[in-house]
Design a binder for this molecule. Sequence first.
Ligand code: ATP
Ligand code: MG
Length: 380
Amino acid sequence: MSEVVLIRFNEIHLKGGNKKYFTKLLFNNIKDALNGIDCKVENIQNRLLVRDYQDADEVVSRLKCVFGVHSISLAEEIETSVQAIKDFVETLKIDGSFKCDVNRAEKSFPIKSNDFAADLGEIVLRHNSNSKVDIHNPQNTIHVDIRENGKTYIFSELIYAYSGLPLGECRDGLLLLSGGIDSPVAGFCMAKRGLRQDILHFDSFPYTSKQAKEKVITLARKIKPYIGAKYMYVCSMTKIQEEFHVNCKTEYAINLLRRAMIRVANALCYKYRYKAIVTGESLGQVASQTIESLTSTNSVAEFLVLRPLISFNKDEIVNVAKEIDTYETSILPYEDCCTVFLPRNPVIKPTIAEAEKEESKIDLKQMLELVINNIEVIEL
Ligand code: ATP
Ligand code: MG
């Protein structure tokens, strides 16, 4: 008998012929997440498990960040036999109402699930004078999972993770990470669907401070376990912003900056083979996120732009930010490049034609080359 961490997944079961591939991906991601912890990870049909660890809480807390994991249980592993399971259940101390929940994945097990649950229930009642059966709303549930590997796993609790799909092998996404509340959440949401991402941050040094950049590095490291990031690119937009400020209509400043950001992202996608750009935009949240503003920004994108928060309310975004522990960092009051040269009345309904006209007033190509050539790469 030994304690193990039993890991269940859900959406992978729908993957038909690709199930093996996705299970292997999850297996590898779990191994990565447990890096530095002395333990063994095993793939048993339709479940994964971790054994031979010291600190169960640490294992569980790392597994909760792994997408594709549906739920986790600390379980006792015993050899499958009617007598061995009964003997184990006999030792359980149960106080209050309970039910037994038997899952018979190993179909050669001789007793049907419901019948065996009733047998086990009787044993519990016999050995615990303060116990009673409650099928609908029990205080305790005794889960008995009889697997195909000749082992049975007995546990009382399911700890839920985020489900979703395991992160892919390649870092296909480029997350535009500001210092705000929204973009870390956007990265998290896309990672939940299996998109592994690196990070691109824009600053306007020296108008934005070193602390502002440090804050974003902190945020990047906080979301790294979720999004699987390896690199953060820092691109200084100062020169371009100064050009816009001197030569172009002030109310277009943010729209032009946004378009320039996407163009820089395009260049990185070509260079490092990212396939999609991720932003934390939410429809109508600010002037730069109206349909017209988004249309103008989107028109310069040469890759798919994913905006997972597009329909989120701010309080919904904040809830996720708190859940993933980025909120407190995000609200630290440092300036962002979008707040530098901020126009008093940013255009709410920009047009592509007008944006292009403003851009034609500067040598945009040369300015972009300049800022792209000076991108700093930080290994996270
Ligand atoms: P956030 O809370 O993510 O900062 P926001 O509500 O402040 O978002 P905007 O400033 O309009 O909204 O930014 C919209 C999106 O554009 C951000 O979610 C982010 O993806 C991207 N973005 C904005 N500023 C930066 C920046 N300095 N570096 C990288 N990406 C940025
Ligand atoms: Mg912002």
